[in-house]
Design a protein around this ligand. Structure first.
Ligand code: ATP
Length: 443
C-alpha cells in the first residue's frame, strides 16, 4: 500500500503498536508524558535489530570505522564549544487565550493560533532545546549539566583518544548509537518527533582536499543501506539538498522517506568542515590536530557525518510495511475478513521464525525444534488457537516464516514453511531448515 495514500495509516500503526506491544506511551498509567515512548516486547526486539544492522554495516564490516559508547552527560563546556548552549533553539509563540505553544517555523501563519484561531499570540521567543539537570548535591548554576542533544559531540571530544587507542590514521570514522534528548516544543507524529530518542551517528575524519569525495561516498553508502538492506525502492525515498548551509559546511543532504503524515527527514549526511574539532581544540586547550607524517604537516581534520534517528527509521519501516488485504471468511455475519500484514525486511522483523505445532499433541517435538532454531534466529513458539489464527497473529507482527510441525513431520522429519508475503508453503527437511531460512533472510 502507498504510505501517503492509506487513509488513517498513522492511527492504524499507533493502534497496532499498542495492541501488539511494539510501542506505547511512557508512564501510561500516570497519563503518559508528552514526547516519550516505551518499546515493548516486539518493539524492543525490532529496535535492537535495526541498531545491530546499522552497527554491522557501519562498524563491524569496516576496518576504518571505530565504535564508541560515551556518556549521556558530558562536561557542560562541550555544549558551549559546540554552540548548542547559545544557538540550539527554536522560535516559539504562545496563544494567550488557549495557552497552546507552537514552533514558529511549523506554523502556516504565526499570527493565528492553529488550535483556537485566536490572533492573541505572543511575539516569537527563542527557546533552547537542551535538557538540563544538576550533577552533585547542589542545584545551582555551577552544578548544571545537560543531557546530550546529539550523540556526535562526544565523538569529537574523544577523537584523539579513539584514534590513538585504535592506531588509526586519517581517513577514518567513529560511530556511536545512543540516546539523545531535546526539549522539543511540540512533540508530534508519534515517535517522529520525540523528546528522548536514539541516534546512530558516524563522524568520518579526513583531510579537506578529499572531503567532498568522502561526502559523496557516504551519501551513496547510506542510500545503499536503505535500498539493499531495507528494501526501499526508488520513489520510497528522495534526497533533499540543503540550500542554506552552515558557514563551516560545504554540503548537506537529507534522505527523506514517506511517513504517514507526508515526506519527512529520516537521515542527514553533512559536511561539517573542521568546525567541531577546532571548537573543541579551542575550548579545551588540547591540540586535536592530526600529525600527517607522510606529508610532514599538521591538519585539523575535516568531518563528514551520517546521522539517523532509530525511532524515525522504526516508524518509516512500519509505515512502509503496513498492509491490509481481505480474504473470504466463514465468520458469522461476515463475507470477508481483513488480514493485517507487516511486510518487514526479515533482518529487522521482531520475530523471524514462528514454530507452530499442528496440534498440542505435537508439543514436545515442536518445542525441541523451537529450542534449536532460537539459537540462530529471533523465534516464537505458539500453540494456541487454530493454525489460521496463529498465522494471522504472526502476519500482524511481520514474521516472515511460519514453520508448522504436523503429524507427518514425526515420520518424514520435514516441516511446512509458510512465506508471509507469497503465502506459499514449502516442505523442508528439518536437517536443511537452518540453511533454508538463512538463505531466505539473506544472512
Ligand atoms: P528536524 O529538522 O526534523 O528537527 P534535525 O535536522 O534537527 O531534525 P538532526 O539534528 O540532523 O535533526 O538529527 C539527526 C537525526 O536525528 C534526524 O535526521 C532524525 O532522524 C533524528 N532526530 C532528530 N530530532 C529528533 C526527534 N525530536 N525525535 C526523533 N528523532 C529525531
Amino acid at each position: 500500500m502507498d504510505v501517503l495514500n492509506t487513509p488513517n495509516l498513522m492511527e492504524k500503526i499507533v493502534s497496532l503498536c499498542k495492541r501488539r506491544g511494539f510501542v506505547f506511551p511512557s508512564s501510561e498509567i500516570y497519563g503518559g508524558i508528552n514526547g516519550f515512548w516505551d518499546y515493548g516486547p516486539y518493539g524492543s526486539r525490532m529496535k535492537r535489530a535495526i541498531e545491530a544492522l546499522w552497527w554491522h554495516e557501519m562498524v563491524e564490516v569496516r576496518d576504518n570505522v571505530e565504535g564508541l559508547d560515551s556518556t549521556i552527560i558530558c562536561h557542560p563546556r562541550v555544549w558551549k564549544a559546540s554552540g548548542h548552549l547559545d544557538q540550539f533553539s527554536d522560535d516559539m509563540t504562545d496563544c494567550k487565550d488557549c495557552k497552546s505553544r507552537f514552533r514558529v517555523d511549523q506554523m502556516e501563519d504565526p499570527t493565528t493560533c492553529p488550535n483556537c484561531g485566536s490572533k492573541n499570540m505572543t511575539a516569537p521567543r527563542a527557546f533552547n532545546l537542551m535538557m538540563k539537570t544538576f550533577v552533585g548535591p547542589v542545584s545551582d548554576e555551577e552544578h548544571t549539566a545537560y543531557l546530550r542533544a546529539e550523540t556526535c559531540q562526544p565523538i569529537f571530544v574523544d577523537f584523539q583518544s579513539v584514534r590513538i587507542a585504535a592506531r588509526q590514521k586519517l581517513p577514518f570514522g567513529i560511530a556511536q548509537i545512543g540516546k539523545a534528548f531535546r526539549n522539543e516544543i511540540n512533540p508530534r507524529n508519534f515517535t517522529f518527533r520525540s523528546r528522548e530518542f536514539t541516534q546512530m551517528e558516524m563522524e568520518f575524519f579526513c583531510d579537506a582536499e578529499s572531503s567532498m569525495e568522502w561526502f559523496e561516498y557516504w551519501k551513496e553508502q547510506r542510500i545503499k543501506f536503505y535500498t539493499e538492506k531495507l528494501g526501499f525502492k526508488e520513489g520510497d525515498y528522495r534526497i533533499y539538498e540543503h540550500e542554506k548551509l552552515a558557514h563551516y559546511a560545504k554540503a548537506a543532504i537529507d534522505i527523506e522517506v514517506k511517513f504517514p503524515f507526508g515526506w519527512g527527514e529520516l537521515e542527514g549526511v553533512h559536511h561539517r568542515g573542521t568546525w567541531d574539532i577546532s571548537r573543541h581544540s579551542e575550548f579545551s586547550g588540547e591540540d586535536l590536530q592530526y600529525m600527517d607524517h607522510d606529508n610532514s604537516r599538521k591538519v585539523m581534520p575535516t568531518c563528514v557525518e551520517t546521522s539517523v534517528g532509530v525511532d524515525r527509521m522504526f516508524l518509516a519501516l512500519l509505515a512502509k510495511a503496513y498492509d491490509e488485504d481481505t480474504a473470504a471468511t466463514a465468520k458469522e455475519g461476515m463475507t470477508e475478513d481483513v488480514r493485517v500484514v507487516l511486510h518487514l525486511p526479515p533482518a529487522v522483523a521482531p520475530v523471524q521464525v514462528a514454530v507452530l505445532p499442528q496440534s498440542k499433541k505435537l508439543k514436545e517435538n515442536a518445542e525441541a525444534l523451537y529450542r534449536t532454531l532460537v539459537r540462530y534466529f529471533r523465534c516464537e513458539y505458539d500453540e494456541t488457537g487454530s493454525i489460521g489464527k496463529r498465522y494471522r497473529r504472526q502476519d500482524e507482527i511481520g514474521t516472515p516464516f511460519c514453520v508448522t510441525f504436523d503429524f507427518d513431520s514425526v515420520n518424514d522429519n520435514a516441516v511446512t514453511v509458510r512465506d508471509r508475503d507469497t503465502m506459499k508453503q514449502d516442505r523442508v527437511n528439518i536437517t536443511q531448515l537452518r540453511d533454508y531460512i538463512e538463505e531466505k533472510i539473506g544472512l
